[in-house]
Design a protein around this ligand. Structure first.
Ligand SMILES: Cc1ncc(COP(=O)(O)O)c(C=O)c1O
Length: 433
């Protein structure tokens, strides 16, 4: 099994932290996200403890809540000592509703409207991660209106290619995010930020991409950022206190993916940062990171009910389930890999080659192609593993499909965290005329 919290019980059913998945599917319906809170806490603990050990008490991981946003998740990560990164007023609102301490919240995004900026300042947001000059002008004006000096980081593109998928690579020079060091624009926006009355520049941020399995791209990004910070110090006499290295550590979706020791990799990055700071005569900044996927992806399993098994001789076998791209668009978007298990026949041999298809009216609505699973039939439960990140948060109501529920489980613990949408919910905003 991919994770130690998965097992098979005497009925031959897949269990998650001891909970029978067939039983959960019966009681809560499918499609269903089942999130293991013990695993979540463990993932948070690794980041929180290692970052404090390496960089001191002020250093912390910020949960990148774009990967999974609902009220309860902000409570859970806060309890574990994490800050958060929010990227929209909707995520901000959800964090506020959860009572998340706003001083630990960082507001991202390459297009924050004046309303967003005003809302975030009124909410007492800790930091803006400013993307561009247009934002800076508005932020300075709105902060002045509120009579405050708003803390900010500047988002910088360090020009590092972490060799990951193009759609999830964000730190290169021609990225839509931030200002590139290579073009001189990073320096220009820094000079501008330092000239403003109502913003306090506290440091710099970069994010180079996602699904990165070793520390080298982070070390390269840190080198580039620290060299930039040293140049800024030499030119403007300003020494940044915070360096945020973004998110991006990889997750093992299938057996063939490498597993990564996150604590060890953070330690290697920390050593690299300290050596570079010494070389550049910089004080070691407070280092932040923004893990999303590596906090939540491997906590969650999606359960589906099989509706049909269609065999096309000489071509392929389709197993259709009662979900699909509306709750998990990642295969359709990026061809992302997943491990699939016939949860109701988890002790049977995995000898059936098939494609797992969703129920949306799109040929591209596939969850995974060419997987080997125990042959299912209508009514069987299929589990797709590692669906905690960028599934629920990317879910839509395409084809008017209600979004699934999220069930929290742990050892001897079970609690619904998000209700399944109803048909009434789907029509909530529709007006009669
Ligand atoms: C700015 C920023 N921070 C953090 C993350 C989280 O990355 P991951 O989920 O790969 O850890 C992302 C993801 O796109 C991001 O854009």
């Amino acid at each position: 099994m991919l994770y130690p919290y998965l097992s098979v019980n005497e009925k031959g059913h897949l269990t998650i932290a001891g909970h029978d998945t067939v039983d959960l599917a019966e009681r809560y319906g499918t499609a269903l996200f089942v999130l293991n809170v013990d695993r979540l806490r463990e993932n948070c603990r690794v980041y929180v403890n290692t970052m404090k050990e390496c960089f001191g008490e002020d250093s912390m991981p910020l949960f990148a809540s774009k990967s999974l946003s609902f009220t309860g998740i902000y409570r859970l990560v806060n309890e574990c000592g994490m800050g958060t990164d929010i990227v929209s007023p909707g995520e901000l609102y959800t964090a506020l509703r959860a009572g998340f301490p706003m001083e630990k919240a960082f507001f991202h995004g390459n297009n924050k409207t004046d309303e967003d900026i005003d809302f975030a300042i009124r909410s007492g947001i800790g930091y803006f991660v400013v993307d561009n000059e247009d934002e800076l002008v508005s932020l300075n004006r709105i902060a002045e209106k509120h009579g405050i000096k708003q803390k900010i980081l500047l988002r910088i593109a360090p020009g590092i290619d972490p060799h990951t998928h193009k759609a999830i690579m964000t730190g290169s020079v021609d990225s839509k995010f931030g200002k590139a060091i290579a073009t001189g624009q990073a320096k220009a926006i820094t000079e501008y930020a330092l000239s403003l009355e109502n913003v306090e520049l506290c440091g710099f941020h970069c994010h180079i991409g996602s699904q990165i399995f070793d520390c080298q791209p982070f070390c390269d990004a840190a080198d580039s950022m620290l060299k930039f910070m040293a140049d800024i110090k030499a030119q403007f006499g300003y020494e940044a206190k915070i360096l945020n290295l973004g998110g991006g550590f990889g997750v093992r979706y299938v057996e063939s993916h490498p597993s990564i020791d996150i604590a060890e990799n953070i330690r290697l990055v920390a050593n690299h940062v300290k050596t570079a700071c010494e070389r550049l005569s910089l004080a070691v900044p407070t280092v932040l990171m923004e893990p999303g996927r590596s906090i939540v992806a491997d906590t969650t399993t999606t359960l589906y009910t099989v509706g049909s098994v269609k065999e096309i001789p000489g071509f392929r076998n389709f197993v259709s389930v009662d979900g699909g791209m509306a709750d998990n668009p990642r295969y359709a978007l990026y061809g992302s890999e997943y491990t699939v298990i016939t949860a109701s026949k988890a002790a049977d041999p995995c000898d059936y080659l098939c494609t797992i298809a969703g129920r949306c009216c799109e040929s591209g609505d596939l969850i995974q192609e060419d997987v080997m699973i125990a042959k299912p039939q209508r009514g069987d439960i299929v589990a797709v593993l590692t669906t905690g990140a960028y599934n629920y948060s990317m879910a839509s109501n395409y084809n008017r499909l209600p979004r699934p529920a999220i069930l929290l489980v742990g050892k001897g613990f079970e609690k619904l965290a998000v209700k399944r949408e109803t048909y009434e919910d789907l029509c909530r905003l529709d007006l009669d005329f």
